[in-house]
Design a protein around this ligand. Structure first.
Ligand SMILES: Cc1cc2nc3c(=O)[nH]c(=O)nc-3n(C[C@H](O)[C@H](O)[C@H](O)COP(=O)(O)OP(=O)(O)OC[C@H]3O[C@@H](n4cnc5c(N)ncnc54)[C@H](O)[C@@H]3O)c2cc1C
Ligand code: FES
Length: 250
């Protein structure tokens, strides 16, 4: 571990030296983290990679339970066990395309690595960042960012999806990407997948992260087939999923 910074209320970014994972990482992929010599927590926890560049990678997390509390206590120089990069991330950026990225809660973790990758590929990324209150917002320094808060303490007063709904009525991006709590992803699918190709990252609870436990099934559209969120996702094109499992009607 290189450093941990508190970046918002109960929110931390921890940076690790890990050239092997950092060099292979694509936006939307994740790592499973556990603590050597410790059975507490028993299962590793999944984290999207927040940013990575050559030698290092960083994770952003809300301190909510055992895994994230332990992660926030790791000391500089201490080693954690990290398995990754895992899963399939967001589709590659294409030069000059306009991509809108909606993030909420700890789903904001994917914003810095998406921003870095979009600049590399000369695509135009616009970030729409929703949180409950202003004190939960992390300033990533990403130029084209619009904020929304549930209590109106920063930016648009309402959900990030309501904010983007007004924008989509005026102009449409080439693609929408979304990462956040399930309630937000349901709204994203309801509002946008019929009008713009939409890709969502699903944070289904995961025990193994590599297809062994079969514990993270996601139902596919127009069939009885299931995919695994950890292996076939966590990023899926919204249109490929049977969203009925989350109460979304087509
Ligand atoms: C593919 C994938 C990527 C993920 N990426 C991230 C990430 O980048 N950053 C991150 O913080 N988490 C991420 N998660 C969730 C993460 O794996 C943990 O579940 C979460 O951080 C809580 O772990 P914990 O051990 O601290 O809490 P636990 O002890 O497992 O849970 C304690 C309590 O907190 C609640 N809780 C869990 N998550 C949240 C939350 N985000 N906000 C509020 N309450 C919560 C639980 O329901 C439970 O009641 C990801 C999950 C998946 C599947
Ligand atoms: S988490 Fe074990 S199969 Fe997906």
């Amino acid at each position: 571990m290189l450093e941990t910074r508190q970046v918002a209320k109960e929110t931390f970014i921890t940076k690790f030296s890990s050239p092997t994972i950092a060099r292979a990482m694509a936006p939307g992929q994740f790592v499973m983290v556990s603590f050597p010599g410790s059975m507490d927590p028993l299962l590793p926890r999944a984290y999207s990679v927040c940013d990575a560049d050559g030698e290092w990678l960083s994770l952003l997390y809300f301190r909510v339970g055992k895994g994230t509390t332990r992660l926030s206590q790791v000391r500089t120089g201490e080693t954690v066990t990290m398995n990754g990069p895992l899963g399939r991330g967001f589709p590659q950026f294409r030069p000059r395309e306009n991509v809108w990225c909606l993030v909420g809660g700890s789903g904001a973790a994917v914003a810095p690595i998406l921003d870095r990758e979009s600049r590399k590929e000369k695509a135009a990324l616009r970030l729409f960042y929703g949180a409950r209150t202003a004190d939960q917002i992390v300033d990533f320094g990403i130029e084209r960012t619009d904020y929304s808060t549930d209590d109106g303490s920063k930016g648009y007063h309402g959900t990030v999806v309501e904010m983007v709904k007004h924008e989509v009525a005026e102009t449409k991006p080439d693609r929408i990407l979304a990462c956040g709590p399930m309630a937000m992803l349901k709204q994203v699918c309801d509002e946008f997948m019929a009008v713009v190709p939409t890709f969502i990252s699903v944070e289904t609870p995961m025990a193994c992260g590599n297809g062994l436990c079969q514990g993270c099934p996601v139902k596919m559209a127009n069939s009885n087939d299931y995919m695994l969120a950890c292996k076939d996702g966590p990023v899926f094109e919204a249109a490929s999923l049977d969203l009925g499992q989350w109460g979304v009607s087509r």
